[in-house]
Write a protein that binds this ligand. Sequence first.
Ligand code: GDP
Length: 609
Amino acid sequence: MIKTTKPGEDASLQASKPGPAPSAPRSIDIPHSLSVRQLAELLGVSVTDVIKHLMRSGIMANINQAIDYAAASAVATNLGYEAHLKTRVGEKLAGTVSEIKRQQLKGEEAGLQPRPPVVTIMGHVDHGKTRLLDAIRQTNVMATEAGSITQHIGAYQVEVNGHKVTFLDTPGHEAFTAMRARGAQATDIVVLVVAADDGVMPQTLEAIDHARAAGVPIVVAINKIDKPEANPDRVKQQLGDHGLVIEEWGGDVPCVPVSAKEKKGISDLLDNVLAVAEVENLRANPNQPAVGVVIEAGLDKTKGPLATVLVHNGTLRLGNMAVVGTTWGKIKAMFNDQGKQVRKAEPATPVVILGLNGVPQAGHILTVVASEQQARAAAQKELEQQGPSRLPKSVSLDNLFDQITAGKVKALNVILKTDVQGSIEPIKNALQQLGTGEIQVNIIRSASGNVTESDVMLAIASKGLVIGFGTGVEPGARRLAEAEGIDIRIYNIIYELVDDVDKALKGMLKPAFVEVIEGRGETRAVFPAMKKAKAAGAIITEGKVSRGVSARVWRQEQLVVESVVISLRRFKEDLKEVTAGYEAGIVLKDFNDHQIGDVLEFFRKERGG
Ligand code: GDP
């Protein structure tokens, strides 16, 4: 299991802190993505220090691994720096010394200030997450806004004793981990809701695993204490059994009894959230151009593209030129969570923005740039770089050894799902013992039940793999895993499971499937075929093509599509196979965009032997 340490617990980390006192933080520009080594050089600390800090956020990275801005800036902030996103456009300007000086000056002058914590509520279904969110909203509407009706914008802010707290409005760990999987960790604190009458349930444990994998501290809210059958002590005991020891029992997890229904204990809960936030020392610099994360987005029929942005650092202002992924635009209007027009949004404040030229994706980062020209350039560059190749490669048992030898992984993060509870411990123990000096096996989540989408999402966010023992895989999970390149391995015999992981660690595992190229061809003509499909009239240049074989279409060395041969004909005659030197009319499934000159590649996947 990933060990998550709270600030202050790890003396070695504290000792290595080179940054100046918080009152005079050094400003640093960090790009969208950089390697651990580059970050260490930038911060002037050892690679080991950076890796340790990343581990505290649940990120297992090695020296050459690329990490995103969110992860890198968290390390920089921990080390006493004031991090700013160096936009791609900014990189282009790197030659302009005056521009860099100007930015650095700005950073040094301004300084960091405390910012509100961003909280996500998690817990088992029906334990009262939604009702608790509502109760908090109703009992703590900002004093100045009393009486106003809160709008659903994906997040809202409340005020407690003069301190603001931001709540993300989508409860549950799915949205939380989906954001992380896209590289954006918006949440600082998790409130774990457990119903006092029901106790710890499967999704409670799932939520704990997801929060821990992200390295986010937890505050427990024992809900429904108004019910006669409520048994808070049982909940505390159950949490302790799962390694979450509450403060009252000597641990470090605050635990507050509440009733969302009767609105009891809410202020106590918020006080505890603020206390944790203080320990976390959450800071940002409001005097910088804004960087934020999109938490919701959509198209309004009259207003056009709308996006709720949670400002991460800096202040977002009306009239700012912003870029989010491939979309950009000047901010024409901003609304807060009460539907009121606002002119600016400071760190950890959610606002709906109007003015982007398209609907951005949730989880994408918004940055403010200086001009429309820069915005266009940044969006264009993003467009060019889009595609699956940009995704960091996840580990699989097949590529594990290569990644270890290339220094790309130092820990194998495993999500383990089993048929019955009783299988978990023996498998977990056996797997953990396989760790070598070079690589650790971390079971970041273990539970009984089918492999779900949420498991796959956690694997994406943690760059891990999923191992199932005697379980099924839900169709949505399979689809997501295929799309994101996550390895799901299902076993029915413990020995085989452990043996495969052992072999993978030692580089002795034969790949589960190997690709065998059966032939190649070249498109010489395109003509209509059955129904509305188009056939490629191709000459087979190598090997053979057969009906049902997998096929790729390459155009000027770019992969156009991967599909399957569904029809193979010559002179209206259906054929099973056509060999080199002959021509054939080939129809591919769901693909009609053939062009003369395309190269066709035919292949099969075979079990490795
Ligand atoms: P969620 O699935 O976790 O979002 O749960 P909901 O907020 O939808 O609540 C599930 C059910 O529990 C609803 O019928 C709520 O009215 C009820 N509920 C929530 N909080 C409390 C509480 O504090 N006391 C009681 N008695 N019922 C509650």
